[in-house]
Design a binder for this molecule. Structure first.
Ligand code: ZN
Length: 130
């Protein structure tokens, strides 16, 4: 397991750049990963053209889930929500610098994508639909 906790992940976990809340937020969603106890909320501000102008996350859980949220937020600011609907699990794993994860850790890594898409669509997302 230790080799999964690469320096980049630990760094984003310990010193997240985008942790906090946006009040008011245009889009906001929260979900959790009961297998690990990770919880995550994502707030987005979106302009009239559908561009994410700012975003933050709040939550707690394992290093992978929280680092993934920070990396995803960093990546999506300035992007169009229509394009973010196409964001894939491979995109998130690329951000984390991880190629392969077991099923439990994969849910940790992808919680950020699940919450992001929940915010965009306004409804909870299923793991198998990510
Ligand atoms: Zn976790």
């Amino acid at each position: 397991m230790d080799d999964l906790y690469r320096e980049n992940i630990i760094d984003h976990y310990k010193n997240p750049g985008y942790k906090g809340r946006l009040v008011p937020a245009d889009l906001s969603f929260e979900d959790g990963n009961p297998l690990c106890g990770d919880e995550l909320q994502i707030d987005l501000q979106v302009d009239e053209n559908g561009i994410v102008t700012d975003a933050r996350f709040e939550g707690h859980g394992c290093a992978i889930s929280q680092a993934s949220a920070d990396l995803v937020i960093e990546d999506i600011i300035g992007k169009n929500v229509e394009d973010l609907k196409k964001m894939s699990k491979e995109d998130v794993l690329d951000l984390l610098g991880i190629e392969q994860l077991g099923p439990v850790r994969l849910k940790c890594a992808l919680l950020s994508l699940k919450v992001l898409k929940g915010a965009i669509y306004g409804i909870p997302q299923k793991d198998e639909d990510l």
